[in-house]
Structures are given as C-alpha cells and as structure tokens.
Design a protein around this ligand. Sequence first.
Ligand SMILES: Nc1nc2c(ncn2[C@@H]2O[C@H](COP(=O)(O)OP(=O)(O)OP(=O)(O)O)[C@@H](O)[C@H]2O)c(=O)[nH]1
Ligand SMILES: [Mg+2]
Length: 373
Amino acid sequence: MPDAQATINRCAGCGIALQTSDKTRPGFVPENALGRDPVICQRCFRIKNYNDASSVAIDQDDFLRLLGGIASTNSLVVHIVDLFDFEGSLISGLQRFVGSNPVLLVVNKIDLLPRVTNWNRLRNWVQKQARANGLKAADVVLCSARRNIGFDRVVGTIAELRGDRDVYVVGATNVGKSTLVNRLISDYSDLHRELTVSRYPGTTLDAVHIPLEDGRSIIDTPGIVYPFRLTEVIPRSSLQAVLPDKPLKPATYQLNARQTLFFGGLVRFDFVEGEHQSFTAYVSSALPIHRTKLERADELYEKHKGEMLSPPSRDQLDEVPPWTRHSLRVRPGDNLDVFVSGLGWIQVNGKSGALLDVYAPKGVKVLLRDAML
Ligand SMILES: Nc1nc2c(ncn2[C@@H]2O[C@H](COP(=O)(O)OP(=O)(O)OP(=O)(O)O)[C@@H](O)[C@H]2O)c(=O)[nH]1
Ligand SMILES: [Mg+2]
C-alpha cells in the first residue's frame, strides 16, 4: 500500500480524518475499533449497518480547494452526472478547476430511464447539453454503476484516457461516485475495500485514495453541495419519496387550460393557457400526483398540505422554503421538458404552445430544456 499512514488515519469508507476523543464530531471511532482492518468511522459503521441518515456539514471551501488542486495535477478527471438530475448535477464551472486535464463525462443511473429509451438519441442529447453548459468532455459514457450496465465501456474508456495518470472522480452529491469506484475496486482489483454509499447526499467527507496497480491512484471525492437541488433543501426523511429507485413510469395527463398538478406538496404545476394537450411526468413513482382545477388549487393546498399533499408531512412544512413562481412559455411546435432539479421533469408536447406557472421551493432550479426522451 503506497500511503499506509494516510489509510490508517483516515476512514476507509468516507475519507474523514479519524479521532477517538469526541463522539459528536465527524471522524469519531471508538479506540477499540482502531485495530480493525480497514478502520471506518462510527458514522460509516452506522450507515452500512443501519442505513443511518446522519448528515455532516462539510466545509465547501475545503472542498473547492480540493477540486481547485486538481488543475495542478496530471490526472484524468471523471465527472459523474446523475441522469435523473442532469442540470442539477452537472458542474458548470468544471473546466476552470481541471486545467488542461482531460474530462470523461460519465452519465450514471441510466437504469432509471424507461426500458424503451433510444440510447443513441440520448447520448446525442447529453453531448449537446454538456457543450451548451461549457463542458468540453474528451468522451461521454452512459452507465448504471448500481446495475452494472455499460460498465465495460466505462472501464475501457478510463484505461484509454488515463495512460499512467491518477484518476479523480468528481461530481455533485449522491450521483453515484462511490458506488462507481466500489465497482471498479471489486470487479477490477483484488483490494478488500468498500467505500461507504448511502441514499442520502453528503456521504463521502474527504478524498479517498485507492491505489492502482501501476502506483497511481483513483481518488473518490466528496460531492459538491448545490443548494438549487430539491434533494438538498427538503428534509432527509422526504427524500425517499422523490429519489426514484426503480425505472421511471411516465405518467401522462391530458389537461385543459386552467388545470393544476400537485407533486406531493413540493411542487405545483399550473397549465395556465393553451389548447387541450398532454403532459408527461417523469418523477419517482413514490411521489403522489394530484390533479385539480386551477381555481381550486389554492384552497386545496391550504386544506390538504402536509397530508394528502405530502411530502413534506405536516410537521416538516416549516423546513421547506416557501414557493417561488416560475412562468414558462412553450412556443407552438416546441418539444420541451420542464425540469425541476431533484424532482424530475414534465415533458410538454406543445404542438399549440402553452403558458405554465411552476411553483417550487425558493432557490430550486426550474428550467425549460430540449426534451430528453
Ligand atoms: N438507480 C441507481 N442508483 C444508483 C446508481 N449508482 C448509485 N446509485 C445510488 O445513488 C445513491 C448515492 O450513491 P453514492 O455512491 O453514495 O453517491 P456519491 O456520489 O458517492 O455521493 P456523495 O458521497 O454524497 O457525494 C445510492 O443510493 C446509490 O445506490 C445507479 O447506477 N442507478
Ligand atoms: Mg460518495
């Protein structure tokens, strides 16, 4: 092992510096667990054994320094994006951080898309969106790290682009960085290491170096926290309803103007103006959708928020920022998605155009984009 010292002093699951003195601070490990191999902190132990949801505020400045340090290394940067939250998880300023190092864009969680997806079309869509966001990727690969789809391509492309360099795995929280590195470790090396993964964002706390056979490393990093993702602003206990676990089942609604859809009590979608048309929601099937007349929507919300319209539950209502209204115009002939970061998207097949009002918690990214599917 090249960096035995670093491995002993840091948690093998999340990278945090270990300490034995304060149970309430990150990195705590009981003294008698220090002899284990590998050593993991108490928080990782709890995540692994009890699926614990404890969150730790990590210092974003430290993290940006870590990311900024990549520019002065000679490495391959693997940028992982979550296909379900594409615009929410793409690092738009990445080019600045990586200097002249090549970037491989890995689009993860493709198992969440409907099985009938046209993958070539999707790949073109990803390339176009990445370019539009100023990202110059040496290559783009689609995969599912959890379901092991497209993984040979991931490995082949990393090998090809890496040469004899280190590999930094970077991305927003919860996109599957550690899951992907674990798959690399278990399928392509004989190391006995397992990084901590969890369904909640903010699992990895510091860089974790995994040695490669040629003396280089693959480095898992903590996710960047983007406050414009719904998944970062709602209570952790609501996440289960919004993060899809199974392939999305598109739900199509034939709406007349002045009808409203509620996505739990988190997002409200008003079809304000336009001819009768269909809207297709790609959201977690665990999130209840309610349809009503626009003129009744305010009243319905006041009466049923926290109950029929949940999450958030009644006792969590104060934890979610108040709604901001986004007025969106779809022109005739446009085939667009109304994208709400962390919630999913609603495809508008606007043959005749539409005027929409979307209400989402303040700060959450809402935008119109070319239809993904
Ligand atoms: N559906 C699906 N879920 C995935 C996939 N890869 C990872 N996940 C899930 O995404 C969640 C987050 O995975 P992690 O590997 O912890 O993500 P991370 O990017 O390391 O997260 P941080 O350490 O918080 O930055 C877990 O619930 C994983 O099971 C995938 O290919 N498909
Ligand atoms: Mg991680």
